[in-house]
Ligand binder design. Structure first.
Ligand SMILES: [Zn+2]
Length: 138
């Protein structure tokens, strides 16, 4: 008479070791911001939380979508005309950057998506319009 004890394979050891952030290909093209661990306020390039003055901040990575809050044109009427916009990101912090496209085509309330985290020339983030990628500007 055989008495087989059930063969219960042990779950592979080490499955909980976890893989540390596989770092997506676009990781470098993302805006990093700080979030206060005390009150949860999101901020950009700050050392202290503007709300509670806490200094315990952790760095998070933005999804890269936001809304234009303010847009101005610099060097209007010159070939170097460009817009400088304040973008309120979905996470709640505000970033200054540039929105691609004709400078006069950017308006408050336009939804934008991060295109390049650091413009190679000015080192500022560059965004592109989400809703109206192209209006007939020809
Ligand atoms: Zn805070």
């Amino acid at each position: 008479m055989y008495h087989h004890s059930a063969i219960a394979p042990h779950p592979a050891a080490g499955s909980a070791a976890g893989v540390l952030d596989p770092a997506p290909a676009d990781a470098r093209d993302a805006i990093l911001f700080q979030r206060c661990t005390w009150c949860g306020t999101a901020m950009y390039h700050r050392l202290l939380c503007p709300v509670c003055q806490g200094s315990d901040l952790r760095t998070e990575r933005s999804e890269g979508v936001g809304t234009v809050r303010h847009s101005t044109i610099v060097h209007r009427n010159t070939p170097a005309a460009r817009n400088v916009s304040l973008i309120e990101m979905a996470e709640g912090f505000v970033v200054r950057g540039r929105v691609m496209g004709p400078p006069i085509g950017i308006h408050s309330g336009d939804r934008v998506r991060l295109s390049t985290a650091k413009d190679p020339v000015r080192g500022e983030p560059v965004f592109q319009l989400v809703d109206e990628p192209y209006r007939a500007w020809t």
